[in-house]
Write a protein that binds this ligand. Sequence first.
Ligand code: AMP
Ligand code: ZN
Length: 114
Amino acid sequence: MENCIFCKIAAGEIPSNKAYEDDKILAFHDIAPQAPVHIVVIPKAHIAQSMNDITEENAAIVGHIFQCIPKIAAEAKLESGYRVVCNCGADAGQTVFHIHFHILGGKKLNEVMA
Ligand code: AMP
Ligand code: ZN
């Protein structure tokens, strides 16, 4: 999708510090990390702006992302644990409208989530 920063990262038009890649998804280190390890996982295709657009037809990619997250976390040495976050919409502070999941870890995370 035009003017989508994550589509541009997926296409290699904007550089990223990659943590994992396969034919369907890409994981890269967040440019403004909110934890010692902060990785963003995206589908390469602009299948949804947010969680609200997940359907029977496109849900498989979300399943694939969740299958890959433990591998990405292990590679990032998050053996003590990690948190997965999906911000959906304005109240959640979503800023990039290409569905994505944050992996946060590398320290004991705040127990208060909101
Ligand atoms: P969200 O607030 O859930 O929409 O998250 C978007 C995330 O993308 C934020 O944590 C940003 O810091 C991150 N981000 C934006 N641009 C880039 C970029 N060029 N490379 C890596 N991360 C980025
Ligand atoms: Zn996009």
